[in-house]
Each structure stands twice: as C-alpha cells, then as structure tokens.
Design a protein around this ligand. Structure first.
Ligand SMILES: [Zn+2]
Length: 150
C-alpha cells in the first residue's frame, strides 16, 4: 500500500486503519479532512455520533460496527419517517377566565334574592323594584345563578 499523494509506502498499521495517505505534512494537508461528526445508527432506538475522520467512519461502518442502513444518514428526519409524521404538540393555552357580562352589584342582588328562596321571575321583580337601574332581567338572573360564585 502506497500513499496516494507521494507514493511512499504506508506503514502497515496506518494502511490497516484505512488511511490512503502518509504522515508527510504535504500529504496530511492535502488529504486530511479532519475529524467529522457523523451520525450513525447503533441500534433500533436511535443514533449516536462518532467523531472520526470520514474514512474511518466508513471503514467502521463497513466492518459492521454501526447499523449499515443508518450509517451516514442525515440527522434531520426525512419526510415519511415516523419522526416526521409525529404531530407537533401544541402548547396548551390556559383556560380563559369565565366571562361575566354583569356587574358585581347585579350579581350580589340576584344572589341575595336567590338565597331567600325566590324564583328567577320573582328575583327579577324584586330587582326591578329595588334597583331598576341595574336592568336585571330573567335571562341575566339565570346566567348569574348558573355561574359559579366568585
Ligand atoms: Zn504521502
């Protein structure tokens, strides 16, 4: 095995590691790409990352160290994969406070009469007599009484 750069004979150990170039500075500069992070499939549950020169990763993958199918796959899920089909979880919005389109004065009076045992119709009559400006009608009484107390 000789260096692809300068043609000198490669050390057997280096050739065995998969290198095709020697340690001479010129050949290192020309061919060495440096360690790269490569995602490789190691088992069914996920992938891990190997920091090594691409040549070495390829060699180790060919040696069966990684799941060959997944070796060198991009880390972003491709469309159609299980990962890509999984729906994004929407952030849950806090429940909006119940809208109470009536005033505390209206509610206080309606509940007062309700606690006295009056029917909604009677409550409306009492409210109109006692506080006509509050504008309480039967529909409002029902809405107030069906809402939880503040
Ligand atoms: Zn060389």
């Amino acid at each position: 095995m000789t260096c692809i750069g300068c043609g000198t004979e490669l050390a057997a150990e280096r050739a065995e590691l998969g290198y095709r170039y020697c340690l001479a500075a010129a050949c290192q500069e020309r061919f060495r790409r440096g360690p790269e992070v490569t995602a490789v499939g190691v088992n069914k549950s996920g992938e891990s990352f190997v920091v090594a020169e691409p040549d070495e990763v390829r060699r180790r993958a060919e040696a069966g160290e990684f799941a060959p199918k997944n070796a060198a796959l991009p880390t972003t899920p491709a469309s159609g994969t299980r990962e890509a089909r999984r729906p994004r979880r929407r952030p849950t919005r806090p429940a909006a406070p119940a809208v109470r389109p009536w005033t505390p004065q209206q509610e206080k009076l309606v509940r007062l009469y309700h606690d006295m045992g009056l029917t909604p119709r009677e409550i409306v009559e009492r409210c109109r007599a006692a506080a006509p400006r509050l504008g309480v009608d039967e529909r409002l009484v029902v809405r107030i009484l069906s809402a939880p107390r503040r």
